[in-house]
Design a protein around this ligand. Sequence first.
Ligand SMILES: [Zn+2]
Length: 55
Amino acid sequence: MTTNKPRPCTLGKRHSWQYQQDVKITRVNGRSAQISLRGLYQCECGAKKYGGPSP
Ligand SMILES: [Zn+2]
C-alpha cells in the first residue's frame, strides 16, 4: 500500500473540499470483487480526495 499524504492547501490553512461526484471504486479480493461508492472532493487549489458518499 502506498500512503497518500495530502499536500497542504496553497489557498488557506485547510483545503475547502467541495463535492464533485460519486465514483465507483472496485476492489479485488482474491476471486471476488467489491464495488464501493465514494465521493470525489476537490479543493480550489486542485487537490483531490476521496471521501464518503454524497451527504
Ligand atoms: Zn486546497
